[in-house]
Design a protein around this ligand. Structure first.
Ligand SMILES: [Zn+2]
Length: 393
């Protein structure tokens, strides 16, 4: 079934395949037993039962392994330098730690060369890919000057299409006494320099970072420059972040740990995805977000790593799935959906997060007969093969 010059490949005898296309199989995950997938170039050409697979140029026998779409990690902070081992160690040892948190990473990132930052981003993207992540969003936010934020976005854009401008991560230490001046910088010259390199605009709307009015100013200015909002919202306490995200039709409200009933209703009545980041609660011993409440209300939920050197230094989507099932009230099926199709919705993508004809050929095989093993066997490196854009990694 060659439709162009690229050789076609059939992956057959997938014990159980998650397609996330209910028209192709059983339930919301569109499960197919003893499935096959045909890849043509960088696209999925055919999906169905192994016994009905069309002839192809090449064949791979999955030999009873489970298959699922590559993970879509819609929230990370990979453009950084430096290390916060001491801070983590102190926190986990119950000792006070007075160094500067994000400011420590800002200082190290500003001091790093472009080459060091490129090497770091490539390293963590490769680490994530080995664990099955085939779409990765990443942000600026450790530069906090016009030049350093624009540099971070240029570097991110060299490695991924999903790039987010987060100049409003914290008030720059250079503006400690003038937060309003910093918001003017972010919404003016910094946005001018950064918008050409980004798809999204984000803000940390939280006590100690940016209040509702400041966050609105940042997101509205970003929208006027063609960027779509996403918001760090309601991580450390109740606040206006979630409501603001819904009001501005943000693609996602990320964290959603402290939600009122009104926040949940707002999310459920919108197309703003609630992106939960359990690595952050794990790594800071914080209260878990209640995924069950969101799902029961009808909100769309995504899972993501929040990979960053301070509060969640994991690139592992399987780890986040296991945490979501164990501690956030999600079923294994819901967690796998949220780590694939949910992430795609948080990035407003229809070409990833699912295995359906026409989608990008991003596929993971597990050394296990079912996707449920991602939660059932936590910490075990089950990802045994990854196709990214049709190429076996
Ligand atoms: Zn974050």
């Amino acid at each position: 079934m060659t439709t162009n010059s690229a050789p076609t490949t059939a992956i057959t005898h997938i014990a159980q395949l998650v397609t996330n296309d209910p028209s192709l199989g059983e339930g919301p995950l569109g499960l197919i037993q003893d499935a096959a997938v045909v890849i043509d170039g960088d696209r999925i050409a055919w999906v169905g039962e192994s016994s009905k697979a069309p002839a192809t140029d090449n064949a791979v026998d999955a030999a009873g392994r489970a298959g699922l779409p590559g993970f879509v990690d819609s929230h990370s902070h990979l453009v950084f330098s430096g290390d916060r081992t001491a801070e983590f160690n102190a926190r986990m040892s119950g000792r006070p730690y007075s160094a500067g948190g994000i400011r420590t990473t800002v200082a190290a990132t500003r001091a790093a060369t472009d080459e060091e930052l490129h090497t770091n981003v490539a390293r963590y993207l490769a680490e994530a890919l080995r664990q099955g992540t085939t779409t990765q969003e990443t942000k600026s936010g450790y530069g906090l000057t016009v030049e350093d934020e624009a540099r971070a976005l240029r570097i991110a854009a060299a490695h991924t299409d999903e790039v987010t401008f987060l100049g409003a991560h914290i008030v720059s230490p250079d503006y400690a006494d003038d937060p309003a001046g910093y918001v003017d910088l972010v919404t003016g010259p910094m946005l001018d320099a950064c918008a050409p390199h980004a798809r999204w605009v984000d803000v940390f709307c939280e006590k100690g970072a940016f209040d509702g009015d400041q966050a609105r100013a940042v997101l509205t200015a970003g929208k006027a420059r063609g960027l779509t909002p996403r918001v760090h919202a309601n991580q450390l306490g109740h606040g206006p972040g979630v409501q603001l995200a819904v009001e501005l039709d943000a693609a996602s409200a990320d964290h959603c740990t402290h939600l009122t009933a009104a926040d949940i209703d707002a999310l459920a009545g919108s197309r703003t995805v609630a992106t939960l980041l359990p690595g952050a609660e794990f790594s800071t011993r914080a209260e878990w977000p209640d995924a069950r409440r969101l799902l029961d209300a009808g909100a769309t939920v995504a899972l993501s790593t929040d990979c960053n050197p301070g509060s969640s230094f994991t690139s592992s989507m399987p780890f986040c799935i296991a945490l979501a099932v164990r501690d956030m009230g999600m079923t294994p099926d819901e967690a796998v959906w949220s780590a694939t199709e949910g992430g795609a919705r948080a990035l407003r993508r229809t070409d990833v997060g699912r295995i359906t004809p026409g989608a990008r050929a991003d596929l993971v095989l597990l050394d296990a007969p079912s996707h449920v093993h991602l939660a059932y066997r936590p910490g075990v490196p089950l990802v045994s093969a990854v196709w990214h854009k049709g190429v076996l990694i």
